[in-house]
Design a protein around this ligand. Sequence first.
Ligand SMILES: [Zn+2]
Length: 403
Amino acid sequence: MTDSDRAAFRGAAAARDLAVMLRVHPRKMATPSRTLDGPDGPRFVTGGAFHQDLKRAVDRYFLQTGRSPRANGRMWLKTAVMITWAIASYLLVLIGDFAVWQRVFLAGSLGLAMAGIGFGVMHDANHGSYAGGRRANRVLGFTLDLVGGSSYLWRHKHNVLHHTYTNVTPLDTDVSGNALLRFSPDARHHPVMRFQHLYVWALYSVYPLGWWLVDDFQRLVTRRIGANALPRPTAGDVAVLLLGKALFLGWAVVIPLTVHPAWHVLPFAAIATAVLGVTLAVTFQLAHCVDGAAFHDARAGMPVRDWATHQVTTTVDFARGNRVLGWYLGGLNFQIEHHLFPKVCHVHYPAISRIVEETCAKHGVHYTAHRSLRAALAANVRWLRTLGAGGPLSPLLAASAAE
Ligand SMILES: [Zn+2]
């Protein structure tokens, strides 16, 4: 094959991947300027000038560079590193002859590696942005089941509900909160929430337990995710979920309890779980629950909105210049780019973020990015304190409180 043949082949492969990429969400992107009606949710207009410009600019980047929007060699290397990191941490804490403080460190390392598999491997795979083929993405997406979750439920909860109705109450269950936590101005306030910025960390530390052992089963049985109906699962979906749970409980619970007494296992399992829970929750919070992100209440009757503008205004980037953090977080510090182009593998987000920011400026769409992790954390804590203190209350809740 000559150099020009290779260039033509790369161009054709990139163009084919691009065609797949543009099917980000067929309901949103197939036809310019049409409206979408959610089941009970807001109406989105797609294909407006802003959205078209964004797609054109990002298409141009991939065509000019000849890169595929899918995973590259660095992504495969990252996958190998994350999985090796998790297995090595697990085996060392399980059978290694170490001092207590060293085992504490290894348990924390296991929690970080499990979160890293979530950020850097399963997230892309379950969006279909990792590999070109559906089967390869499903196999890589099963890494979520292996760390205790359910790739089947995730694809509905995250890809559909969170990505379509970002920060829209009550459709985006990621910002629903509960009786103790208020993440959105559209959620009810209770007096105890005045301290939520203090106790939220303890709740993050245990939330994987509910997710692994209760929530997924409850969602499967009730066929509901929060206020949203879950489409009927196939037998294959149920089998994959149950197989994943069995494998997870096998390595995380059964094997450790056959090697050590329970009182030896519990503290280290608790540390790994807490590190995992805090890391996952904080990363999500920094992108959507900060004082620069917009929120909407579907119950108040939202006006028709431009889908791309909605994604940019409800999402915030952070620490874009921090390459180590970006590597570990799987590009989740570039969430604006992820929300606009979820079918593009995260390794490309740093390159396309400049294009996205310029296009936003051209269309007068506010693009928010915190300069550092510290600034983003401060914005998140400010937001939790503000909401915990009772404000800002959405007009709908303010009216019902006044009655
Ligand atoms: Zn996503």
